[in-house]
Design a protein around this ligand. Structure first.
Ligand code: HXC
Length: 257
């Protein structure tokens, strides 16, 4: 696939998508979000792919939505085009997407990382919602996902002051799942993705779907939802293979069926 603002490659069963607008610190232009959506469509439809890693550069995962593109927007154009909705494609991806974040993840960049399933952060990562300094507020999930991930008090402080969070604070607060030395970030993210991609794809997809439900519904309904998916797993060949492999003391070979 040929894109102008992202680079894509596959490594075995893992797809790697790199945001690639180095001169703009990977600012999320309309074109970039469109191309990202197209790449996700492609990898989601590719049966050989079991997990996707989304990353930026050493200096920036993404420094936000493209301020130069937004500066002259008027309300009606913003409302009609609603370009921010393009980020919804990321959270809607049914296969797992890992954000591997080094450097700045600001504004829409932080929101893009939070739209992924979990964030692996380099020790150089800096997270923030600086929209308030531009006379606006977050618009791609910052007031919602950040609040759910790190709680009201910290989310409020970050959105109202625009201050950045270093990787260590982000890990303590629950925004990122692990911190890695910057030099190891991509290798570790790919290793983590390979591990996931080697498991049963339907089991991985249903676990993801079920965890995402936890954010949307009450516990009793969530437990019923989980139980339905759990019972459905007994209709897969992968369940038979996984349990047979355990009993035969060998590694499982999942087929995704
Ligand atoms: C467009 C951007 C950009 C952005 C950086 N650049 N961030 N262009 N949109 N969000 C460009 C700069 O203009 C500059 O281009 C080049 O990238 C390098 O940036 P510098 O500022 O020179 O780098 P540095 O001094 O290292 O500072 C890094 C930085 C700073 C702290 C990350 O660039 C910064 O504050 N950027 C803006 C962060 C921000 O406010 N993000 C939120 C955006 S609003 P030139 O051509 O000058 O060399 C948002 C809303 C989301 O995300 C919701 C939408 C619905």
């Amino acid at each position: 696939m040929a894109f102008e603002t992202i680079l894509t490659e596959t490594r075995g069963h893992v797809a790697l998508i790199r945001l690639n607008r180095p001169k703009a610190l990977n600012a999320l232009s309309d074109q970039l979000l469109t191309e990202l959506g197209t790449a996700l469509d492609h990898f989601e439809a590719d049966d050989a792919i079991g997990c996707i890693v989304l990353t930026g550069s050493e200096k920036a995962f993404a420094a936000g939505a493209d301020i130069k593109e937004m500066a002259s927007l008027d309300f009606l154009t913003a409302y009609k085009n609603d370009f921010a909705h393009k980020i919804d494609r990321v959270a809607a991806c049914r296969k797992p997407v890992i954000a591997a974040v080094a450097g700045y993840a600001l504004g829409g960049g932080c929101e893009l990382a939070m739209s992924c399933d979990f964030i692996l952060a380099a020790d150089t990562a800096k997270f923030g919602q600086p929209e308030i300094t531009l006379g606006i507020m977050p618009g791609m999930g910052g007031t919602q996902r950040l609040t759910r991930l790190i709680g009201r008090s910290k989310a409020m402080e970050m959105c109202l002051t625009g201050r950045m969070m270093e990787a260590a604070e982000a890990e303590r607060a629950g925004l990122v799942s692990r911190i890695l030395p910057a030099d190891d970030l991509i290798d570790e993210a790919l290793k983590t993705a390979e591990k996931i991609a080697d498991f049963s794809l339907p089991a991985v997809m249903m676990a993801k779907e079920s965890i995402n439900r936890a954010e949307e519904i009450a516990l009793a309904e969530g437990l019923r939802f989980e139980r339905r998916l759990f019972n459905a797993m007994f209709g897969t060949e992968d369940q038979k293979e996984g349990m047979a492999a355990f009993m035969e003391k060998r590694g499982a070979q999942f087929s995704g069926r």
